[in-house]
Write a protein that binds this ligand. Structure first.
Ligand code: KG4
Ligand code: ZN
Length: 350
């Protein structure tokens, strides 16, 4: 079965065609139109601008993805072989979500196909099931899913059974990267900017800066808190007259603080819930150091636990991950939600 998925919850207009066969998924096309340049001068996403841009981009992105997937149209202008549509219904920016959801409804109505509303965080979790090893993933699985908008530890006992076991009490890790980058004058989005600046720090030659705190690392619970870290960086910079000559050192220390906490809490969760698998997903899972440190620490502390993270192309927002979650939710003959009942849910919890 081929699925057309649409994602527009924040600042990426995305569409993908994915084909599912039993346990395996093949991505036939995956188009992401990024708005980073548009929002960069403001240092963050401007919701009104994002929605306008989604409206302009959504149909060209859908057309491109159908054509790259090699889909042709029948006499009713319906793509041949397409069995279902899926769309991100939340969580996200209301005006951005509306564009994707209403476009998907119009296409589903015109083509008389079922439409599944999908939770964006479930999509990030299912990004890992797009890879070839998907059938090997064993439950219970502990998932660390971290982006600009969410920061969760999730226990999955079977497919689609999500239990939140830890979350942030304030900022998400991606948000912490974005705010830290702003303080360091590194621009938007902050995660890749901090990671890049940190590579310029050479501990053998460059003096280290004062260590930053690792918030809640001593706490036995699985919750996170990153807003204090950003404030600690602010104070450290205020005390250091020459901080702008030491940006790589600060970037390296700030990145290390976030990654230490994410790694520590994930290992605690894996031990507590006797996980067979640990999964890392969400925009922050693009971070090279985190992709190395989490599996390396896991190998030392829980050697029998398998580790998976999505290929880089599916870490930040995309629609292939939405199709992946939809494939698992396909109701197999049962009725799907009526089109007029498919609505945006900006605060949809996993
Ligand atoms: O999943 P995503 O595309 O959008 C949301 O759902 O929020 O994640 C975007 C977030 C941003 O905060 C961005 O700074 C962060 O992911 N990010 C990174 C990296 N690439 C993106 N954080 C750390 N290192 C990266 N390489
Ligand atoms: Zn996301």
């Amino acid at each position: 079965m081929k699925i057309l998925a649409i994602e527009s919850s924040c600042d990426e207009t995305a569409a993908a065609v994915v084909e599912g066969r039993c346990q395996r998924l093949q991505v036939l096309s995956n188009i992401v139109s990024s708005q980073i340049k548009l929002h960069r001068p403001y240092g963050g996403v401007v919701p009104e601008l994002a929605a306008r841009e989604h409206i302009l981009n959504i149909l060209p992105v859908v057309q491109k993805t159908l054509s790259q997937a090699g889909l042709t149209f029948d006499r009713q202008h319906k793509p041949k072989g397409l069995g279902m549509l899926a769309v991100t219904a939340g969580p996200g920016l209301a005006t951005s979500l509306l564009v994707g959801v209403e476009t998907a409804k119009a296409l589903a109505y015109a083509w008389q196909l079922p439409l599944l509303p999908i939770n964006h965080i479930a999509g990030h979790i299912y990004s890992v099931f797009l890879a070839d090893h998907s059938p090997d993933i064993k439950f219970p699985a502990v998932i660390l899913t971290v982006s600009g908008g969410h920061n969760l530890l999730v226990l999955m006992t079977k497919h689609l059974a999500f239990h939140t076991i830890g979350e942030t009490r304030d900022d998400a890790a991606g948000e912490a990267f974005d705010k830290g980058a702003k303080l360091l004058g590194l621009g938007y989005p902050g995660g890749p900017a901090i990671a890049k600046a940190a590579t310029l720090f050479n501990p053998a030659v460059d003096p280290a800066v004062m260590p930053l705190p690792r918030p809640m690392i001593k706490d036995q619970g699985l919750d996170f808190s990153f807003s204090g870290l950003k404030t600690a960086l602010l104070y450290a910079l205020a005390k250091d007259q020459h901080w702008n000559k030491r940006v790589p050192a600060y970037a390296s220390e700030y990145q290390a603080a976030i990654i230490d906490v994410l790694t520590d809490k994930t290992i605690k969760a894996a031990q507590k819930y006797k996980a067979k698998t640990v999964i890392l997903s969400g925009g922050v899972s693009a971070n090279e150091l985190l992709r190395q440190k989490l599996p390396a620490t896991l190998k030392k502390t829980c050697p029998s636990v398998n580790f998976y993270c999505p290929p880089l192309a599916y870490t930040t927002d995309n629609a292939a991950m939405i199709a992946s979650a939809a494939y698992r939710q396909w109701p197999h003959g049962k009725k799907t939600t009526a089109l007029n009942k498919v609505q945006i849910k900006p605060n949809w919890e996993l």
